[in-house]
Write a new protein. Structure first.
Length: 202
């Protein structure tokens, strides 16, 4: 993608986003509300006839932020366009998680991930062994149903003491396999800028 750009996800990770994405503040309700309000106004417009669209978009974005705030998420980004003038709705939430099990004495990282997430697809990415789980489901948007692709990626943070969980949501998906290729490339572009700090106490 000619419009791909490197973006910092707080001070810990960087990722190459294809097209135009915006970061939404987490764990700061007022800052998130202002960002969402500005984003909806800029993307949808102020016309009276679009009031319902604005309301629906605002509600969906606020729901997404609330879900992220209730988790161990440390970054939330929303996709606007894949190319200039070409809308591409989607989101990515990154969280820190504890390992579901302790590693066995002979486990390497790939084996430990495989035991923790046996039903997921194994990927060998630049960040190391990764497991991907994806599901295509029907979701209702403002009383209309459309397919939504959800892809969960899990890989080890530096030092392998915790897992990074990246969840990508893409509504109104036409070709799930094509989208997964794009998402795989996005996750493969992640790099760590320094060792992850301990999560802040909440």
């Amino acid at each position: 993608m000619s419009d791909a750009r490197l973006t910092a996800l707080d001070e810990e990770l960087t990722i190459v986003f294809p097209g135009t994405w915006v970061m939404v503040p987490l764990h700061d309700e007022e800052a998130a509300r202002r960002r969402i309000q500005r984003l909806v106004t800029e993307r949808v417009g102020r016309a009276d006839r679009l009031a319902r669209v604005r309301r629906t978009a605002k509600t969906e974005l606020e729901r997404l932020v609330a879900l992220a705030d209730d988790s161990t998420a440390f970054a939330l980004a929303l996709s606007l366009e894949i190319l200039p003038g070409v809308p591409f709705p989607g989101s990515i939430v990154l969280s820190r998680e504890e390992w579901p099990t302790t590693p066995g004495a002979e486990d390497d990282l790939a084996a430990h991930l495989a035991r923790c997430f046996p039903d997921d697809t194994p990927l060998d990415l630049s960040i190391g062994p990764t497991r991907r789980r994806s599901v295509l489901r029907q979701t209702t948007y403002d009383e209309e149903s459309a397919p939504e692709l959800i892809a969960d990626y899990r890989f080890a943070a530096p030092g392998a003491e915790r897992i990074i969980h990246a969840r990508i949501n893409a509504p109104m998906v036409a070709d799930a396999d094509l989208y997964l290729e794009l998402f795989d490339a996005m996750i493969d572009s992640i790099s760590f800028r320094r060792p992850l700090a301990e999560p802040a106490a909440r």
